[in-house]
Write a protein that binds this ligand. Sequence first.
Ligand SMILES: [Zn+2]
Length: 90
Amino acid sequence: MTRILSATLVRDSDDAIACAGCGHALGPAGQPWKPAAVLSEVAMKGLGGAPYSAADDALLRRFLCPGCGTLLDSETALPGDPFLEDVVEA
Ligand SMILES: [Zn+2]
């Protein structure tokens, strides 16, 4: 049975976290799924106005589905920061 976890993620019948759009599995439930996504990083400078331009090296990270390219999640970070741990279900 597939269970909806968010607008972009589901828990599939194999107990994997998967893309809601295409079903591409991103890893077992209870484990971080972001390392299995395609990562795109762009500089925040200039993207969100002055509040996001103060730190020259702030990044917008976008986590995309390897199967269909859907944007699954995003976060801001500094270069080298670990991903925000995002275990969506144990
Ligand atoms: Zn997908």
